[in-house]
Design a protein around this ligand. Structure first.
Ligand code: CA
Length: 238
């Protein structure tokens, strides 16, 4: 079945280019030219991925992204920003988007990112055949429990509201405790880019994750920063 990509963008020529190239790659597309229609299609059109422009009439992309996540939809969202300053704002607002691209972007890079984001979701939805019938894959550390089969993180007995990307990052670090990963390495492994991405994405995701799993995000005990190198997961016994 063809994957469906929702394009929320008010510039007709960009929509046309995206539509043409995505169809060529075998995707179906849905288009919305303002934020309100985009939000509605995001929630009712069952897209597999969303390309979301920031500056939109009626409701801007920040708001659309926030509202999609408020509805607990975990559909991958790639934000399209016009300038570096917009990207900084997108990263600073921590909206729950999975990826970001600054215009003008190359179609080749965009389709590579679409593929990488879809691949990640598919990998999560398809059960690992080797795991069938095995007990649930659970990592316990202090008051935190990570259930890799149910894509759940539980703190003090309560399920944390976590995005797929945050979960993937947490699981990746927690399955190899004490091992320090550079941000580039995390980008490659968790985000799945075969090319250079923006390492700030890793920092933002770590920050969001800490707010959810740490007692005091400014003094983290699970995800630790190794200054100048990267991050590692600290496993707390008992
Ligand atoms: Ca725009």
């Amino acid at each position: 079945m063809a994957r469906k990509i929702l394009i929320i963008e008010d510039e007709q020529h960009i929509v046309d280019i995206l539509k043409f190239n995505l169809k060529k790659e075998g995707y179906e597309t849905l288009e919305a030219y303002d934020g309100a229609t985009g939000l509605e299609l995001a929630l009712t059109g069952e897209p597999n991925l969303i390309l979301l422009d920031v500056m939109l009439p009626q409701m801007d992309g920040y708001e659309v992204c926030r509202k999609i996540r408020e509805e607990h939809s975990q559909v991958p969202i790639i934000m399209l920003t016009a300038r570096e300053e917009e990207l900084d704002k997108v990263l600073g607002l921590e909206l729950g988007a999975d990826d970001y691209m600054t215009k003008p972007f190359s179609i080749r890079e965009l389709t590579a990112r679409v593929k990488a984001n879809l691949r990640r979701v598919t990998a999560q939805q398809e059960p690992d055949p080797g795991q069938k019938g095995q007990p649930a894959n659970i990592i316990q550390s202090g008051d935190l429990m990570i259930n890799a089969e149910r894509y759940e993180a539980v703190k003090n007995g309560k399920v944390i509201d976590i995005t797929l990307r945050e979960f993937e990052l947490l699981k990746f670090l927690a399955t190899q405790p004490d091992k320090i990963f550079s941000r580039e390495k995390l980008l490659e492994n968790v985000w799945g880019y075969e090319y250079y991405g923006d390492v700030r994405t890793v920092d933002v995701t770590v920050r969001r994750l800490r707010e959810k799993i740490e007692d005091d995000p400014s003094v983290p005990k699970y995800i630790i920063t190794k200054r100048g190198i990267g991050y590692y997961f600290n496993k707390i016994e008992g």
